[in-house]
Design a protein around this ligand. Structure first.
Ligand code: NAP
Ligand code: HSE
Length: 422
């Protein structure tokens, strides 16, 4: 193992606790031979047998008796270099590292496959929810039409605490960190990078084309205000960080963004650390995967499933693993022509004709208004907060309308703009 933190600690503990059970499933024992960490003196959630823990990663990578390396340190480097060395020395790899797989998975897998080895990454997406195996195998007969998901446990935990219990942003983030859900740098969770990595992995598998994270439009949850939760509730919606990928005639559209979700929709009911992924296949229709998306135990389940699978291949000497290589057939396209409904919150002058001016700009850009709410912000100050729900509109028309609204003297600020995920 490389890493004995939240996930690595869970994996090591389960391997010790269920040693006999796993040995029966694999046919030979699964033993943690060495486990590398940064600081050997740090207190750990698991007590490993004497001599197993090391602060020298070479003890893992250079040991010829080790068949499988479990990388659970995270980040692009040095994890990438460690995995390359493991493969070069003939070891299979299990990883929970979504950033590395999203950015470099295709090359790493090609290198491993070329040497008759495999890299497995079930734990990289959705914690304990089986997602990679279904996308790599069970849904293969389909042309996938869309993937719509709540796929970051930290932000979903925070949004739930903020919307349902009025928790503050920093309080909710601290709780998610204490529970072991957050990345080492939690900005990855709240700025949507973690969800973009996971979406890139799922879209690459689902659409059989290379989707790298830089192609995913991304917005995080940091600009949400308690007022947005209250307005959303009043309008019959909840706010969720939604990762979605849709097949269109022009190509695949991918994005991660906070969005309004109708209260009756299945995704609206996915709360706390739970994740859910809806995959629409042309044969299956919509299938939904739901479960704990982060935390030591659920992620341990995914890591050990991959370990058992690989260990079984090692034990039986089987090299006939089903390798996978994405095609390049379907391009990833921008959001310009994507159609959505929008929630828009504006800080405006409270004077005769203001609403008419704003409605005029939207109308001029072919953006049709579905509902309007106005609140006086501070009595006597002559300013108001305006919340507008639009009908379905093309993204570039809506963006142009926002640009014109910004230039109006009666609009002080565009405070929020969120799509509606129907
Ligand atoms: P973590 O608690 O921060 O643990 C990281 C571990 O890696 C620590 O044991 C650390 O050593 C070790 N480490 C870091 N750099 C190292 C280096 N250069 N050489 C050797 N060891 C090193 O992280 P985590 O939450 O377990 O996450 C690990 C991976 O799992 C990440 O890719 C993450 O995205 C993924 N993941 C996490 C969750 C979750 O719920 N936490 C769920 C799914 C996937 P020290 O202990 O000595 O500092
Ligand atoms: N930081 C991630 C999350 C861990 O909160 O979802 C699981 O991948």
């Amino acid at each position: 193992m490389i890493g004995v933190g939240t996930v690595g600690g869970g994996v090591a503990a389960a391997l010790l606790r269920r040693h006999d059970y796993f040995a029966k499933q694999v046919g030979v024992p699964l033993t943690v031979r060495r486990a590398a960490v940064r600081d050997i003196k740090k207190p750990r959630s698991v007590t490993l047998p004497e001599g197993v823990l090391t602060d020298n990663v070479d003890d893992v990578l250079d040991d010829p008796e080790i068949d499988i390396v479990v990388e659970v340190i995270g980040g692009e480097e040095p994890a990438g270099a460690f995995i390359k060395r493991a493969i070069a020395s003939g070891k299979h790899v299990v990883t929970a590292n979504k950033e590395l797989i999203a950015k470099h998975g295709t090359e790493l897998l090609a290198d491993a496959h070329g040497r008759g080895l495999d890299i497995m990454f079930e734990a990289s997406v959705g914690g304990g929810i089986p997602l990679i195996a279904p996308l790599r195998r069970d849904l293969l007969a389909n042309e996938v039409q869309s993937i719509v998901a709540i796929i970051n446990g930290t932000s979903n935990y925070m949004l739930t605490r903020m919307a349902q219990e009025g928790a503050g942003y920093h309080e909710a983030l601290k709780e998610a960190q204490d529970l072991g859900y957050a990345e080492a740098d939690p900005s990855s969770d709240v700025e949507g990078y973690d969800a973009a990595y996971k979406l890139a992995i799922m879209a690459t598998l689902g659409f059989q084309t290379r989707v790298t994270p830089d192609l995913v439009y991304r917005a995080g949850i940091t600009t949400l205000d308690p007022r947005d939760f209250a307005y959303a509730d009043e309008l019959g919606y909840v706010i969720k960080l939604i990762a979605s990928a849709h097949r269109t005639p022009d190509g695949i559209i991918t994005r991660v963004t906070p969005a309004l979700v109708p209260q009756a929709a299945p995704l609206a009911k996915v709360d706390g650390v739970y994740n859910a992924v809806q995959v629409e296949g042309d044969l299956t229709g919509t299938v939904m995967f739901h479960g704990a998306g982060a935390g030591a135990d659920p992620t341990t389940s995914a890591v050990i499933a991959d370990l058992i699978d690989l260990a079984h291949s090692v034990a039986t000497g089987s090299r006939e693993r089903k390798y996978w290589q994405p095609g390049q057939g379907v391009p990833v396209v921008g959001l310009d022509n994507h159609e959505d409904r929008y929630y828009l919150r504006l800080h405006v002058r409270d004077a005769p004709g203001v609403l008419a001016k704003i409605a005029h700009v939207l109308g001029d850009h072919d953006v049709s208004i579905a509902a309007v709410m106005q609140r006086e912000t501070t009595a006597g100050e002559g300013t108001a907060e305006l919340v507008i729900m639009t009908h379905t509109t093309r993204r570039n028309a809506y963006d142009d309308a926002l640009q014109t609204l910004r230039e109006l003297d009666v609009v002080f600020e565009i405070q929020q703009s969120l799509p509606v995920e129907e």
